[in-house]
Design a binder for this molecule. Sequence first.
Ligand code: ZN
Length: 149
Amino acid sequence: MARQLDHALQRMVLRVNPVHRLKVETESQMEMIDVTAGIRRVVKESGVMRGMCHVFVPHTTAAITINENTDPNVRKDMIRELLKTIPMQDDYLHAEGNAAAHILSTLVGASQSVLVENGKLVLGTWQAIYLCEFDGPRSRTVLMRIMAE
Ligand code: ZN
């Protein structure tokens, strides 16, 4: 009985505050894809005027970050420098061949939180939210929950 109530409550909560999903098809082994527009759309559709948007990638070789939205060279520099720190080949023990991608995913991080004000994401003029692909090309999912204050 308690479990049935639990499930009913869970369904209710999910209906009120669902996890939003954005599907992203990446095209290269390593790249940073601007997902800001998709996240803005989800925030708008949620109707939340003031609160927080939590963005999370359920992947072990991808990440989420916020950075410069204008000069694409910033993204190229970032990937190049990350690879100097964590090279693709380095006698890694992980037999799958994507150890660097796993390490980069942890270094950059699987989530970001962005404030929502007046129904919009609060980002600086030059900021965008990027899905970082470190082991593509693949189908990726970006999960979001928008919480009202
Ligand atoms: Zn692996």
